[in-house]
Unconditional design. Structure first.
Lengths: 114, 114
């Protein structure tokens, strides 16, 4: 149980384009989903918290107009990186919370912006 | 002072030995604590959660929590080369009021040598 998927696993896009990443909880309903970013040799950085049917809560310093989060159902959240630039290249990981506390991570999406 | 601190390592242990990892946290009111394992290039995997003082055992893993001293530790018994990874300590600081976010330590890299 507690399986979370992400799609795509890897994406290369050109500077200025937008990229959408999907996060799905496959075998449970996720009350909350989280989006993280991880640069090489660094720890996870929380970008935003999303609850189904509500606006996402962004961490300080994360541009909400650049990183659009939609949490349309209890099993699906999407992150759209708009007008991507090379500095947005990173490993994006979502997690889903089954109960109030434990978070289960998806396999991650490696984004490269050329 | 960082909210969750870990020794970055690497912690080098011979195969079959016990690996001991420590984590300290700053918020005395924290109630939920987690250990994640992250292989290079992969997303974190939940291996232990602990909520009460004392020890919690799961297979070769034992988590220890001491809220009075504000530390949580992880023991890996009979260490195997496949245990070589970065271990992330995560603390739910702020609880439901803060959206049940997890604050991660920087991780301890463990190397198990055959």
């Amino acid at each position: 149980g507690a399986v979370v998927s992400q799609h795509p696993s890897r994406v290369i896009c050109k500077s200025g384009t937008s990229v959408k990443i999907e996060c799905r909880s496959l075998d449970f309903q996720a009350t909350t989903m989280f989006w993280y970013r991880q640069f090489p040799k660094q720890s996870l950085m929380l970008m935003a918290t999303s609850n189904e049917g509500s606006k996402a809560t962004y961490e300080q310093g994360v541009e909400k107009d650049k990183f659009l989060i939609n949490h349309a159902s209890l099993t699906l959240s999407t992150l759209t990186v708009t007008s991507a630039h090379p500095e947005d290249s990173s490993f994006y990981i979502c997690s889903a919370s089954r109960w109030a506390y434990e978070q289960y991570f998806g396999p991650g999406t490696r984004l490269t912006v050329t | 002072q960082k909210e969750v601190e870990q020794n970055s390592g690497p912690l080098s242990v011979p195969e079959g030995a016990i690996a001991s990892l420590n984590c300290t946290y700053s918020d005395r009111g924290s109630q939920s604590f987690f250990w994640y394992r992250q292989y290079s290039g992969k997303s974190p995997e939940l291996i232990m959660s602990i909520y009460s003082n004392g020890d919690k055992e799961d297979g070769r893993f034992t988590a220890q929590l001491n809220k009075a001293s504000q530390y949580v530790s992880l023991l890996i018994r009979d260490s195997q080369p496949s245990d070589s990874a970065t271990y992330l300590c995560a603390v739910n600081i702020g609880g439901k009021a803060a959206g049940n976010k997890l604050t991660f330590g920087g991780g301890t890299r463990v190397l198990v040598k055959p």
